[in-house]
Write a protein that binds this ligand. Structure first.
Ligand code: MG
Length: 395
């Protein structure tokens, strides 16, 4: 990094990625950053205290009705805006250099495109937009001089492993998965899983949606599609290995048979800090990784029969078009319904699979409009599946 402060905007600043990013910025030095924009959904008081600390020029809240409350707590130097337009406005703000997208779900798609259209560097922790519209996102970045830096631990690890290597020397990518809380269980054992059990992730502290997606391995499947897009490699050259220690964050195999792996503590501040300091590195206050203490690292094949969501992602990724979008949409509805105890854990797969089967759009090369239409259609299909299933459950 040079001595000029980086102008940074954080979408989803009160979520775990947003908070970790602000923490990394504190460690790297407050005077190295100027915060241009912060956006948050519900946690208004946390947003306010972050805004008082970092004095952004813009704050965006999800709901218009919250604007006055937030405005009243901040100085006149911070402009408070709201809604999807607010989010898109701060994503594309002139002065911003880096946009950290820590949003959850498809809501991050349009702001990501806006930021890239404005030539920004976008730190992506929000994988759904890349799964839904990876081709459009890359094309927008290429055309407008925007750049994508992966912040999630696995694609960030792959990115680090690939530093200094030609794209065509890569043979395959190996993403690691902790296996989630139900690793080694059969479907029969998972029938009665509660949302509380699914939310107890063995190694990572994350938001609710992604924690449930980790328990079904859907999150890993999304990462397979995401990696195929980010690193321009066929989906069948992206493999998944279950690695319960979560110390190896991912690996790459080169054509000559050499492997490189990225190892580190399971702490999101590592990949986020690398994105902010690369190609340089800076000391952190993290406890050192002690491999002797860990003793052994284990790797095993994921069980696709017991965790069919991962297999579904491969199928959907190969099919391309609007199918990944449908899966993202269906999974949002299904996981929400599971968290509300309206459907069972295994129903998440059933709904996702059903919706993909019933999607009407088969366009191989969808436009943004096609993607948004497919997203809306799939959400409606998923809602009717949830309705059916929850009626059965109540009987
Ligand atoms: Mg991940």
């Amino acid at each position: 990094m040079n001595n000029e402060p980086s102008n940074i905007t954080i979408l989803g600043c009160t979520g775990s990625i947003g908070e970790t990013t602000l923490g990394v910025m504190e460690t790297l030095g407050v005077d190295r950053f100027q915060v241009i924009g912060l956006s948050a959904g519900q946690q208004l008081d946390k947003l306010i205290s972050q805004a008082l600390r970092w004095r952004p020029k813009f704050v965006s809240v999800a709901e218009e009705r919250d604007e006055a409350y937030v405005r009243g707590a901040l100085t006149e130097n911070t402009k408070v805006i709201s809604g999807e337009n607010g989010l898109r406005e701060i994503a594309a703000q002139n002065e911003t250099d880096i946009v950290v997208n820590g949003l959850v779900g498809a809501v991050g798609l349009l702001p990501t495109l806006d930021a890239l259209c404005a030539g920004k560097t976008v730190g992506m922790a929000n994988k759904e937009p890349l799964v839904m519209a990876g081709g459009l996102i890359l094309e927008t970045a290429r055309r407008h001089g925007g750049r994508i830096l992966p912040l999630d631990s696995e694609p960030n690890a792959v990115w680090q492993c690939l530093q200094g290597h030609d794209e065509d020397s890569l043979k395959r990518i190996m993403l690691t998965a902790s296996g989630g809380p139900f690793r080694g269980q059969t479907k029969d054992q998972m029938v009665a899983v509660t949302s509380k059990e699914a939310l107890a992730h063995p190694t990572w502290q994350m938001g609710e949606k992604i924690t449930v997606d980790s328990a079904t391995l859907m999150n890993k499947g999304f990462e397979v599609i995401e990696a195929s897009c980010l690193f321009s490699i066929s989906i069948d050259q992206v493999d998944v290995v279950v690695h319960r220690e979560s110390i190896v964050h991912s690996m790459v195999e080169f054509k000559d048979g050499s492997w490189l792996a990225h190892l580190g503590k399971t702490d999101m501040s590592l990949p986020i800090q690398y994105a902010l300091t690369h190609p340089g590195r800076q000391a952190t206050s993290l406890e050192a990784l002690d491999l002797v203490k860990i003793g052994a690292l284990h790797f095993e094949e994921p069980d696709l029969a017991e965790f069919p969501c991962l297999q579904l992602c491969y199928e959907v990724g190969r099919a391309g078009g609007c199918f990944p979008t449908a899966l993202i949409a269906a999974d949002e509805i299904a996981v929400q319904a599971f968290l509300e105890d309206r459907i069972g854990f295994l129903d998440i797969f059933e709904i996702n699979s059903d919706v993909c089967d019933r999607l009407s759009s088969f366009d191989k090369d969808p436009s943004l409009e096609d993607v948004l239409d497919a997203y809306r259609e799939a959400r409606e299909l998923a809602k009717s599946c949830v309705h059916e299933l929850s009626r059965h459950r109540r009987r």
